[in-house]
Design a binder for this molecule. Structure first.
Ligand code: GCV
Length: 835
C-alpha cells in the first residue's frame, strides 16, 4: 500500500552549501505527495527521473510529519506522454508536448485523501525521455521551493533547444577563467579516473534543464581528438548520459595538420573534409549521442579559416557536414577579432568585428550550424550594449554566449548575481525591421523563424563547483533563463534561495535583496557609464588597472585624457559601430541626448564636465558612484549579518568572510578609480571626498624599520601610489604617533597579499598587540597591486593623542609583507562622509 505524507511547517534545518540546490529539505506549509514512485518505461532517463523523485521525496518526507492513514492511496507516476496515455487513457495528456517538455498533473481531489476507493496519481509525463527527467526535477523544485504540488496541472516546454554549458577545461587539469578549483574532467593530460563529480555536475545541470556540456576549452588542445583521448572522453559522456546531458567538444580547426599529419587544414581541401568526416564517425562510434563541436577560430591566436583564405562559413560547414549524418551540430563562435588593432586609427573598433565578419555570411551556413555570439560586442563586461549581430543574422541559427564564471565580475570573490544583467539583454528589443524583436525571441527562433537556437553559459565549474556558494545562484539562473527567459531574476533568486539556503521568509527576502543589489554595486565601485572594464586586462582581469586597456591592440579602449573620456562609435564622427544596429536602435545610440547614461562612454567621447541626464557631470558621477558602490558593498555584509542564527552556521561564516573581503576590495577599487580621475581631470570632487582620507596614515610617512618605500604599479592601486615592502627575514615595522582626537576607532590595515608566500602581520598600540594575522589568501599576482590589495580591520581600538601605533610585517617566500596605509574610522567619521 502506498501512503501520502502531510508535512507541517518545520524550522529551517541545517544545510551545507556544497549540495548546491538539490538538498531537498522540508518545504514550507502543508504538502502532499504520493510516496511511491513508479516508472512506466525502462529507459535510462526515465529511470533517473524515478530514482531522483524517490530520493527527493524520501529526503523531503524524512523531515516531515508522515500521515499513515489507511485510507491513503496513490502513486507518483513517471513516463513519456505516450506511455502515460496508454496506461491512463482517461487522463487529459496534452497532445502537443514537445521534446524536453513535460506535464505535471495531479489526478484526483482532496476527497481522495479520505476516500479509500479512489486512487490519487501524481503524473509526470514527458514529451520524450528527457522531458520526463525535467518534469521530475520540476516537481521536486515545486515542493522544495515551497508552493507544493496539490492540484498541479502544469505544462512546460523549454523556450529554446540549445541549452548548453561550456567548460574551458584544459587537459592538464587547469580551467581557464575557472575560479572553483581544478577540472572535474581532466588531470595530467588525461580524463580523470574518478568521474563522480562529473555525474553530480550532470545531475545539477539536468535539474535546471541544461542538455549539453562542452567539456574542453575553446582554445582547444588538438590531442583530445586522438583515438586514446576519445576513448577516455567516452567515459565522460557515459557519466553524463543518465542525466540527459550530451557531451560536446571544442575543436581546433588546425587538427588535421597537427593531429592528422595533413599538409593543410584548409576547410575546402578534400583530404581535410575526409579527415573530419572520419573523425566524426570515430566519435559517434564511441559516443552515439555526441552533441557537437564548438569552434573558436581566427581569434586570440587560434588558427582559423583566414589562414587559408577561407571564411567562417567555409570552416563551420566543413565541420557541420561531418557531423550532419550523425545528428550533431556546430556552435561556431562569433568571437572573432583582431587583437593587434591600431589604437591610433580612429576607425579601428573591436566592437565592429562580429558584424563585419559574420553579417555578410548570413544564409551561407548549413542548417546544423549555430553562430554563438557573446551577449555584448566586446567580452563579458559589467555593462555592454547588446551585440547587434543578433539582429544581423536572419537566415542563420543563433545562440547567445553568457559567462557564468565571473571573469570580469569579481571572479567569485565578489558577490555578483548576474541574472539581472542577462535579463536586460534577453529583453532588449533590437527593433529589426522596425518591429519587436527582443533578443530572447531571436534566440527562441521566433523572430526570424529559425529552427535551432539557444543559450550557452561559460560555466567553468571545477572540483569546488564555482568556488563560492553564492555564485551557484548564477549557474542556477543561467539554466532557468535558458529554459524560460520570461522568468524574472527575482523569481529565480527566490527559488534558488528556498532550495539552497532556507525557507525562512526573512532569509528569502534578505538574500534576494542582496543578490539584486550586487550587480549594480559591483558596477558602481568598478566601472561607470559603460566605460567597459577598468580591470587589469593584460593580466588577471580582476583588480583595477585603468591604463591596461589603453594603447595596445586589444581594443578595449576608453580613451581617457585630461579633457574627457569615452569611445566615439557614432556613424557621424566615430567608428561607425552604431550603424550596425537596426535603424531605431542606431538612432538612439547615435545621439548623445538619447543614449542612456549607463552606456554613454561606450558610444561617445565627452568632456568630464558633460552633464548626464541626471544633471550630474561625468566626473562627479565617477566620484559619487564609486563612493556609493563601496557603501553598497558594505551593506551586503550588514544585511547578511542579520541572518546569523537563521542560516547554516558554516555557510554563514563562509559568506560573511567573503563579504568582508569584498567590502574592503570595493574601497580599494573606489580609491583607485577616484584618485586616477581626480589627477587626470584636475576637477575636484564637489563633495570634498576624493583625495581626502580623514583618519588615513600613509605608510610611506611612517617611521620605518626595515621597510623600504616602493612605487606600486599601476600607481592608482595604492594610496598615493606608494607602499612599503620588507626584505628583512626577521621582519620590518612601521610606526606612527597618533595626533588625532581621542576615541574608539576601527583600525584598518591595507596590505598586499601576494602569491607565493604567507606573510605575517601584527598591529600594536603602545607595544600591546591588538591583532595578528597571516596573509594566506589566494589572490592573483606575485607583485603588490590592486589584485591583491586587502583590508584587515581591528575593531574597537581606544586611541588618545600620543599613542604609538605600529604594524609589524614578516615576509614569507615571495610575499614581502607590503603595506599601503592604516586608517582609523570612528562612527562619527562615517556619518561625516555620508553627509
Ligand atoms: C578562452 C576572453 C577570455 C579568454 C577566453 C576568450 C574567449 O578573452 O579572457 O580567456 O579564451 O575570452 O571567449 O575565447
Amino acid at each position: 500500500m502506498s501512503a501520502m505524507i502531510v508535512a507541517a511547517w518545520l524550522p529551517c534545518s541545517a544545510q551545507t552549501a556544497d549540495q548546491a540546490w538539490l538538498q531537498y529539505r522540508g518545504p514550507g506549509g502543508r504538502w502532499l505527495i504520493p510516496l511511491k514512485v513508479r516508472a512506466l518505461g525502462s529507459g535510462l532517463l526515465e529511470s533517473s527521473a524515478a530514482q531522483e523523485l524517490q530520493r527527493g521525496i524520501s529526503k523531503l518526507s524524512s523531515a516531515s510529519v508522515l500521515w499513515r492513514g489507511s485510507a491513503l492511496y496513490g502513486e507518483t507516476i513517471v513516463g513519456t506522454a505516450d506511455e502515460v496515455r496508454h496506461a491512463f487513457p482517461d487522463l487529459p495528456v496534452p497532445r502537443d508536448l514537445k521534446p524536453d517538455g513535460y506535464w505535471l498533473y495531479w489526478s484526483g481531489s482532496a476527497g481522495d485523501l479520505k476516500d479509500s476507493g479512489v486512487a490519487t496519481h501524481l503524473v509526470v509525463a514527458g514529451g520524450d525521455d528527457r522531458g520526463v527527467l525535467y518534469g521530475a526535477f520540476a516537481l521536486l523544485r515545486q515542493i522544495a521551493a515551497g508552493p507544493g504540488i496539490y492540484g498541479v496541472n502544469v505544462k512546460e516546454q523549454p523556450a529554446m533547444p540549445i541549452r548548453w554549458v561550456d567548460q574551458w577545461d584544459n587537459p592538464d587539469g587547469s580551467i581557464t577563467r575557472g575560479y572553483g578549483g581544478r577540472s572535474i574532467f581532466f588531470e595530467g593530460g588525461n580524463v580523470r579516473e574518478d568521474l563522480t563529480q562529473v555525474r553530480e555536475y550532470a545531475r545539477l545541470l539536468a535539474s535546471v534543464g541544461i542538455n549539453g556540456c562542452n567539456i574542453n576549452n575553446v582554445n582547444a588542445a588538438p590531442e583530445l581528438l586522438d583515438a586514446d583521448h576519445l576513448k577516455q572522453i567516452a567515459r565522460v559522456a557515459d557519466a553524463m548520459r543518465p542525466w540527459g546531458v550530451r557531451l560536446a567538444m571544442s575543436v581546433a580547426l588546425v587538427s588535421p595538420e597537427k593531429l592528422g599529419g595533413l599538409k593543410t587544414a584548409d576547410p575546402l581541401d578534400p583530404a581535410v573534409k575526409a579527415w573530419w568526416a572520419a573523425k566524426a564517425d570515430e566519435i559517434y562510434k564511441l559516443i552515439p549521442d555526441f552533441a557537437g563541436f564548438t569552434v573558436k577560430a581566427d581569434s586570440e591566436g587560434e588558427v582559423g579559416p583566414a589562414s587559408y583564405g577561407r571564411s567562417p562559413a567555409d570552416a563551420a560547414n566543413l565541420l557541420a557536414a561531418a557531423l550532419a549524418p550523425h545528428g550533431g551540430v556546430v556552435l561556431y563562435r562569433a568571437f572573432v577579432y583582431n587583437n593587434h588593432l591600431d589604437w591610433r586609427d580612429p576607425k579601428a573598433d573591436r566592437a565592429r568585428a562580429a558584424c563585419d565578419i559574420f553579417h555578410p555570411l548570413d544564409g551561407k551556413f548549413l542548417s546544423n550550424v549555430i553562430v554563438q555570439t557573446k551577449e555584448g560586442p566586446i567580452d563579458f563586461q559589467a555593462r555592454e550594449p547588446v551585440s547587434p549581430l543578433f539582429a544581423g543574422l536572419r537566415e542563420t541559427n543563433q545562440a547567445m554566449e553568457l559567462q557564468v564564471t565571473q571573469e570580469y565580475l569579481g571572479q567569485q570573490k565578489h558577490l555578483v548575481y548576474i541574472a539581472p544583467m542577462w535579463k536586460q539583454v534577453l529583453d532588449f528589443d533590437l527593433r529589426a525591421d522596425d518591429r519587436a524583436t527582443p533578443v530572447k525571441e531571436i534566440l527562441e527562433g521566433k523572430s526570424f523563424h529559425r529552427p535551432l537556437g539557444g543559450m550557452v553559459g561559460v560555466a567553468c565549474v571545477g572540483r569546488d563547483r564555482l568556488g563560492s556558494p553564492m555564485a551557484m545562484a548564477n549557474l542556477y539562473a543561467f539554466g532557468r533563463l535558458a529554459w524560460d527567459p520570461d522568468l524574472t531574476p527575482e523569481q529565480i533568486a527566490d527559488e534558488w534561495i528556498r532550495q539552497t539556503i532556507g525557507l525562512d521568509p526573512v532569509v528569502v527576502s534578505t538574500v534576494e535583496k542582496m543578490l539584486m543589489q550586487s550587480w549594480p554595486a559591483y558596477e558602481h565601485y568598478t566601472g561607470f557609464l559603460g566605460t567597459q572594464t577598468l580591470t587589469d586586462i593584460t593580466g588577471s582581469h580582476y583588480g583595477p588597472n585603468i591604463e591596461a586597456s589603453e594603447r595596445n591592440g586589444w581594443g578595449q579602449w576608453h580613451f581617457d585624457d585630461r579633457e574627457g573620456i569615452g569611445m566615439d562609435r557614432t556613424v557621424a564622427t566615430g567608428t561607425g559601430y552604431v550603424g550596425q544596429y537596426p535603424a531605431q536602435v542606431a538612432k538612439m545610440y547615435e545621439s548623445l541626448e538619447t543614449t542612456p547614461d549607463n552606456l554613454l562612454l561606450f558610444f561617445h567621447h565627452v568632456p568630464y564636465t558633460y552633464k548626464l541626464h541626471s544633471g550630474e557631470t561625468v566626473i562627479q558621477y565617477v566620484y559619487d558612484s564609486h563612493y556609493k558602490g563601496a557603501e553598497e558593498a558594505a551593506e551586503l555584509g550588514t544585511e547578511w549579518a542579520t541572518l546569523k542564527g537563521h542560516v547554516d552556521p558554516a555557510l554563514y561564516d563562509d559568506v560573511k568572510a567573503r563579504l568582508e573581503y569584498q567590502a574592503g576590495h570595493a574601497i580599494a577599487w573606489r580609491d583607485a578609480i577616484v584618485q586616477y580621475f581626480l589627477k587626470q581631470s584636475g576637477i575636484p570632487d564637489a563633495k570634498g571626498r576624493a583625495g581626502h582620507y580623514p583618519g588615513r596614515l600613509e605608510v610611506e610617512n611612517a617611521r620605518l624599520t626595515g621597510y623600504s618605500v616602493v612605487d606600486v604599479t599601476p600607481w592608482e592601486d595604492a594610496s598615493g601610489g606608494k607602499a612599503v615592502s620588507c626584505a628583512v627575514a626577521k621582519g620590518c615595522s612601521a610606526e606612527w604617533t597618533w595626533d588625532g582626537a581621542a576615541g574608539r576607532f576601527d583600525v584598518t590595515v591595507e596590505y598586499f597579499d601576494l602569491q607565493g608566500g604567507a606573510a605575517k602581520f601584527a598591529f600594536e598600540v603602545n607595544g600591546n598587540e591588538a591583532a595578528r594575522w597571516t596573509a594566506d589568501g589566494t589572490f592573483p599576482s606575485r607583485r603588490p597591486h590592486g589584485d591583491n590589495s586587502v583590508r584587515y580591520t581591528v575593531s574597537g581600538v581606544e586611541l588618545k593623542p600620543g599613542d604609538v601605533l605600529r604594524v609589524d610585517g614578516t615576509p614569507d617566500g615571495n610575499d614581502p609583507a607590503a603595506v599601503d596605509y592604516v586608517e582609523m574610522t570612528s562612527a562619527q567619521m562615517v556619518e561625516q562622509v555620508r553627509q
